[in-house]
Design a protein around this ligand. Sequence first.
Ligand SMILES: Cc1cc2nc3c(=O)[nH]c(=O)nc-3n(C[C@H](O)[C@H](O)[C@H](O)COP(=O)(O)O)c2cc1C
Length: 140
Amino acid sequence: MNGQVKYLLKHLIYSSRPFGFDQNILNGIMISSVNNNQRDQITGALICRSDLYLQYLEGPTESIDETFNKIKHDDRHVEVKILKEGVHAKRLFPKWAMRDDPVRSWMLSREEVDSGALNRISSSDALNIFKRHSKILLTR
Ligand SMILES: Cc1cc2nc3c(=O)[nH]c(=O)nc-3n(C[C@H](O)[C@H](O)[C@H](O)COP(=O)(O)O)c2cc1C
């Protein structure tokens, strides 16, 4: 998908806490994400750990709103909390229907998450996490 587009793209970042977490659950989430997102012109990244999901979604406003509406009612996670919503002219993850690699080096510790770090994270910090994330090259 082109990084540069002619219309504004909505982006949305949320955090949540996994409810049940294993490779099967993750595979299921990733399969439906990649299939649906390709159809809906959505790209983004999902940071996943046993104590935390952090997802960046970008695409046409209607697609993002409809998809997030499904995501927030999904019983595979709880405490879904929007950290940032906005518009950009350019995609951060143009080649990724949903990038799922766990990047641990800069992430919050389990103790920080348990003590409510996600309630304190600012919207610009949340965006910076994904800006940094998008610059890490993966060969796949
Ligand atoms: C952490 C998490 C992230 C998800 N991300 C996406 C996503 O990016 N796109 C998507 O279509 N569904 C995503 N889902 C799955 C949706 O909640 C929902 O199960 C799915 O969209 C339903 O697809 P269907 O209508 O094809 O059955 C996610 C679920 C979880 C728990």
